[in-house]
Design a protein around this ligand. Structure first.
Ligand code: CP
Length: 332
């Protein structure tokens, strides 16, 4: 394994094998496994969990890390090919990434969607370009339409709490004051389909996920014995649910148009997860969210603070599964 860019690059069995390694490292720590190894972390966008969990995980394996956040103590970095760099950015990724790669044994990159052109964001061209500039093991810390580390942690969290392979997984759109990227919903959808679950995407009109994202999930489901469907009917979606996975995302229908997006989502502020949502779910239905979450906007306190919530466990599993990714990338 030389790259960790997308769970779709791995078979279901390979993902299960990676999760077995994560559990092994959790039960039998290897504090010297990556002694002397260095992880570089390039964050074009903010983070709490991804940044701290990668640094902590690397240290727990005996290695170390450095973090670069362009524009905050380091040069602003240009990503566009052919840019005339007469603005704020003094450095281009064409130099910055090979330079950073020369200092470390593996490099991680976070680069969110630009949020202007849906086709361009779906193509992930800037991220692929940057990945191609790195000659060391490379990790996707969240790209325009993917967040494989989050997806892997979510898979493990469901294993940990006993959600069955074929359990009903409801990915529900929830309200946020503005459009957020498609990375987490796309990754969670694919992950649940690859796990072999009965996946339902619950979303209001105007928020259907792009067809390439749905098609990718359907392919994963076909290979693993799962199913993928979508609906606007909350009661039908949640009936018998094992898991409700809430996420905020922008409308693909008006992508990049802030005014149209605001108008579309204005009447949807009641798409906030509350305990009443779970009336027809399984009594032990779990609630998941990748965090950060806006309390009492996207999800009510009663759910986040209640017994269904797995949000902190998901975040804790970020470090555990990423240790397995680092172990595989740097020790084989
Ligand atoms: N879930 C997640 O990736 O959190 P951060 O944005 O804080 O890294």
């Amino acid at each position: 394994m030389n790259r960790f860019l997308d769970l779709a690059d791995f078979s279901r069995d390979q993902v299960v094998d990676l999760l077995d390694l994560a559990r092994r490292l959790q039960e039998r720590p290897e504090p010297q496994a990556l002694a002397g190894r260095i992880l570089g972390l390039l964050f074009m966008n903010p983070s709490l969990r991804t940044l701290s969990s990668f640094q902590a995980g690397m240290m727990r394996l005996g290695g170390t890390s450095f973090v670069v956040t362009p524009g905050q103590g380091t040069w602003q970095v240009e990503t566009r090919t052919g840019a005339v760099m007469d603005g704020g950015a003094a450095e281009h990724v064409r130099e910055a990434i090979p330079v950073l790669a020369s200092y470390c044994d593996a490099l991680g990159l976070r680069a969110f969607a630009e949020g202007r052109d849906l086709a361009a964001d779906l193509a992930e061209a800037p991220f692929q370009l940057m990945a191609g500039l790195c000659n060391k093991p490379f990790i996707n810390l969240e790209s325009a339409v993917n967040h494989p580390c989050q997806a892997l942690a979510d898979w493990k969290t469901m294993d940990d709490v006993g959600v069955p392979r074929g359990g009903r997984f409801v990915l529900s759109w929830v309200y946020h004051p503005r459009a957020l990227p498609l990375a987490v919903p796309a990754a969670a959808l694919h992950m649940a389909a690859q796990r072999g679950m009965e996946v339902v995407v619950l979303r209001p009109d105007g928020y259907a996920l792009p067809e390439p994202i749905m098609a990718k999930a359907r392919r994963a489901a076909a290979e693993s014995g799962g199913t993928v469907s979508e609906t606007t009917d909350r009661a039908a979606a949640l009936a018998g649910a094992h898991v409700v996975y809430a996420k905020e995302w922008g409308s693909p229908a008006v992508y990049g148009d802030a005014e149209a997006e605001a108008a579309l989502r204005r009447p949807l502020a009641d798409w906030r997860v509350r305990e009443a949502w779970f009336a027809n779910a399984r009594p032990d239905c779990h609630f998941m969210h990748c965090l950060p979450v806006r309390r009492n906007v996207a999800v009510a306190d009663e759910v986040l603070d209640g017994p269904r919530s797995r949000v902190v466990q998901e975040a804790a599993n970020r470090m555990v599964v990423q240790m397995a990714v680092l172990h595989r990338l740097l020790r084989g």
